[in-house]
Design a binder for this molecule. Structure first.
Ligand code: EPZ
Length: 440
């Protein structure tokens, strides 16, 4: 059990401007994709978060030589010495994104022997779309004791139909298809901005990829891919979380690096609450000025450009003190309301009915000890802590650190009273911290 925690006090109106880091969900798959090439690549705007460090370790485990200049957020990755296609369960279990190494290894070596991935407990998170569509490309896959043994003499192109536009399955098949024999078509593909950032990197490597509407990606296999230099896109989920944190405290913020077109539905919902949003003339730069009388809004999560499931939890925290009732429908993951039970401990009025959460605005929230079960849940609980009376202790800080690069420091810069307390592995729970109860 990780007993590090965040301590959050009631905040005055957060105000100011902060820099955004590169997108976690883009850089993780892009680091994996570098195995497609044999040589030195350079990535800029790479966030220093725990999941990114785990992905770097995974590539080192395969033989890559990596230098991470964390000051400059610059990652130099030399994959010419990558000789292995085996990744143990221990390493794979550390992140969900680890599964994304499969497509790259199959394309480079025709083999991938990997354990099953880990990741947030927000649903069953099977990998059946990955496995069955690799099989369509000629890959034989044997599963034994939590490991997958995937092998192929020559990847062949295929017409791939995804029953759901899975981000991970799209990315894995995409990477395999770059070196497959012939033209692969991925129908009902995920077109999240992070997927498009991956495609930009693959095209720079020399891959032949075209994105067509509706949600169709066409890949013509090539014989060779070369190393690249790339600037990772901004993190729209960090941007969305910051906008929501500031809105919750009645403040004002300007995010110069954020592009509105990657957050359209989120901005629409914040405006419906009564917050004023201004966007730069070229769609770049988002300014939010919060209203003092927020109205509750309802929303439904879905694939991009719909409302992102990764902002569902922070947006739920925002509804807790809003006037009226909000109905939140989670359609992407079947078990992504853990944070709701923790918000109830703080006095929020939330009813869960299957994949819907009904939030009725209350007058106050009260600080107490709560526990984050995943990255985005930790954000929701920090936001709730900033609008609650008294002190809130958020356990499970390792989730926060997996998803963000020192987000607490950016909140401090905006005026929040928040502190991160590292796990004390030697002495167990810290003074005043009650032993963690199992979440319902
Ligand atoms: C990516 O996860 C992101 N993670 C998630 O962000 C994000 O929530 C998710 O996409 C949706 O946007 C990374 O990019 C590392 P999916 P992924 O495959 O690829 C089902 C965060 O907080 N499914 O699009 O795992 C699946 O169970 C994280 O940063 C299958 O049934 O998501 C889910 O219900 C959390 N079979 C739905 O599809 C499969 O083979 C969407 O999953 C694959 C997926």
């Amino acid at each position: 059990m990780n007993n590090g925690y965040l301590k959050v006090e009631h905040a005055q109106a957060l105000t100011g401007q902060v820099e955004l880091v590169g997108a976690k969900n883009a850089v993780l798959v892009i680091i994996a994709s570098l195995v497609l090439t044999a040589g030195k690549s350079v990535l800029h705007n790479v966030p220093v978060s725990a999941d990114v460090l785990e992905m770097i370790e995974l590539l080192r485990h395969l033989g890559a030589v990596i230098f991470f200049d964390t000051e400059k957020h610059m990652l130099t990755v030399d994959t010419s010495l990558v000789r292995s296609w085996t990744v143990s369960s221990t390493i794979m279990q550390k992140t969900r994104a680890s599964i994304l190494i499969m497509g790259a290894l199959l394309a480079r070596f025709g083999k991938a022997h990997v354990g099953l991935p880990g990741g947030d407990a927000i649903g069953k998170r099977p990998i059946d779309y990955h496995v069955k569509n690799f099989a369509k490309m000629g890959v034989s896959i044997r599963s034994e004791a939590d490991c997958l043994y995937a092998e192929v003499d020559m990847l062949s192109a295929a017409r791939i139909i995804l029953e759901y536009p899975s981000v991970g399955a799209t990315e894995n098949i995409l990477m395999a298809a770059t070196r497959a024999h012939g033209v692969t078509k991925i129908i009902n593909a995920a077109c999240e901005p992070e997927v498009l950032d991956l495609i930009a990197v693959l095209q720079k490597m020399g891959a032949r990829i075209v994105v067509e509407t509706p949600a169709t990606i066409i890949v013509e296999g090539v014989d060779f891919l070369h190393p690249v230099e790339h600037h990772i896109m901004f993190d729209r989920l960090e941007a969305g979380s910051l906008l929501m944190a500031v809105a919750a405290t009645g403040g004002e913020i300007y995010l110069s690096q954020a592009s509105a077109d990657l957050l359209d539905v989120v901005l629409l919902k914040l405006e419906e609450m009564g917050h004023s949003i201004t966007v730069g003339s070229d769609g770049k730069g988002i300014h939010l000025k919060a209203t003092s009388t927020p109205q509750a809004v309802s929303f439904k999560t879905g694939p991009f450009p719909g409302f992102p499931t990764d902002l569902q939890a922070p947006m739920m925290a925002l509804q807790c003190l809003a006037t009226g009732t909000s109905i939140i429908e989670e359609t992407v993951f079947e078990n992504r309301f853990h944070h709701a039970y923790e918000l109830q401990k703080m006095g929020a009025s939330i009813k869960i009915e299957y994949n819907k959460a009904i939030v009725t605005g209350v007058e106050y929230l009260y600080g107490t000890q709560v526990s984050a079960s995943d990255i985005r849940a930790s954000t929701a609980l920090v936001i709730a802590g900033m609008i609650a009376h008294g002190t809130t202790t958020v356990l499970g800080v390792h989730h926060w650190k997996r998803g963000y690069e020192a987000l607490e420091k950016k909140l401090q810069h905006l005026g929040a009273v928040i502190s991160l307390h590292e796990a004390d592995v030697l002495h167990g729970p810290l003074p005043g911290i009650q032993k963690e109860q199992a979440t319902p």
